[in-house]
Design a protein around this ligand. Structure first.
Ligand SMILES: Cc1ncc(COP(=O)(O)O)c(C=O)c1O
Length: 363
């Protein structure tokens, strides 16, 4: 192959048609600017537990020289102990995103479909496209409430985000259970935000052979940069994920620090409580300013600005004032914004800037 062929653009022929035509996932902006208040990607504003930083300092040169334990067995045992779950029912992934991707490869036959709610996590359709699987988008009700997914739509896998994102709302456990009991594919309950919620669906992973619950250390444990998630489910499903994962999917630093983080449950719960307290205060302040809020069980709020300003204009005005929040341009989501809960001081600054923006919008 001559390089001039490549320079003429024919190298496209090397790329799978489906990959050429697909839109990649667009993650929230990661600003390099230090003075920015970053409330756009649902990170936790508090640092990881002190024991995590100690574990980081204790990583040995020898540990780095060797390959890490391929099955992350120490970490799996730690997760199993915390939830009183069999180790054979625990999987650890490079972020929960890796777990979601593996599910599309392990559980979906050629020609069968992947389902999810609309709106929910915008990565799912991208994963389905990569897996060359058709999708079933189950449109949520008027106020983004539960709708029964169809049972006869040819789905092998359903991604069920609970609490949902970007709405922050928790679906009732009875509805989720009734669906899991009747669906004949795998239900992946994506509980990335569940530590901020009043209840969880782990009991369903114990009860049903077709349910996997995935969780993340990115939000409640303040470790988005480490990339660790875990899944709990029937050993037969976990064994399938094990078969197809990369040999060393979690590096040694991730494994050791994740154990340190999970071991300090009290620290995690304390940070979660602080975030939830700030959220309660912030929700009242925003309501007082005419924002319509949806009931959040997460570390973010989903809301609609008052009539005097569009969501897009509000996001842009905040950006000019060095505050980043998340905006989704899809038609049904365009009237709303998603705001991550940060430190009290950051949320106070957001309120102050919001007052100025609203005043200007009235003027
Ligand atoms: C619903 C949902 N699931 C999963 C993830 C990914 O989490 P992780 O950082 O563990 O890959 C996110 C991240 O924002 C999310 O919003």
């Amino acid at each position: 192959m001559q390089m001039d062929t490549v320079s003429r653009g024919l190298e496209h022929a090397f790329v799978r048609a489906g990959v050429r035509s697909m839109q990649g996932y667009v993650p929230g902006e990661q600003s390099e600017q230090l003075d920015v208040i970053k409330l756009n990607t649902n990170e936790n504003p508090y640092p990881p537990a002190p024991s995590v930083m100690e574990a980081l300092r204790a990583v040995s040169a020898d540990a780095l020289r060797r390959y890490p334990p391929p099955m992350s067995h120490g970490l799996r045992q730690c997760v199993a102990r915390i939830y009183d779950f069999p180790v054979s029912g625990v999987f650890c992934g490079n972020g929960s995103d890796e777990i979601l991707a593996l599910c599309t490869r392990a559980f979906v036959e050629k020609g069968r479909k992947i389902g999810y709610f609309d709106p929910s996590y915008s990565l799912y359709p991208v994963l389905a496209t990569i897996a060359e699987s058709d999708t079933v988008e189950v449109v949520l009700g008027d106020a983004f409430g539960w709708v029964d997914p169809p049972l006869d739509a040819g789905m092998d896998l359903f991604f069920l985000t609970n609490p949902n994102a970007p709405t922050g709302m928790l679906f009732p456990m009875e509805k989720v259970e009734a669906f899991c009991a009747r669906f004949d594919g795998v239900v992946l309950i994506d509980e990335a935000y569940v530590d901020f919620a009043v209840s969880d669906c782990l009991a369903l992973a114990r009860r049903y052979p077709n349910v996997v619950v995935s969780r993340s250390l990115s939000k409640s444990y303040s470790l988005a940069g480490l990339r660790v998630g875990y899944a709990l489910g029937a050993p037969a499903l976990i064994a399938a994920l094990d078969k197809i994962k990369d040999s060393y999917n979690l590096d040694i630093v991730a494994q050791q620090l994740a154990v340190a983080a999970l071991t300090d449950q009290a620290y995690m719960h304390d940070c979660v409580q602080r975030v939830c307290n700030t959220r309660l205060w912030f929700e009242k302040e925003m309501q007082a300013r005419g924002f319509a809020l949806y009931p959040s069980e997460t570390n973010f709020v989903w809301c609609k600005p008052p009539a005097s300003i569009s969501a897009q204009a509000y996001v842009d005005a905040l950006r000019q004032r060095n505050i980043l929040i998340r905006y989704f341009s899809a038609a049904r989501l365009a009237p709303f914004v998603r705001i991550t809960i940060g430190l009290d001081t950051q949320m106070e600054q957001l309120i102050k800037e919001t007052d100025a923006i609203l005043e200007a919008s009235h003027g």
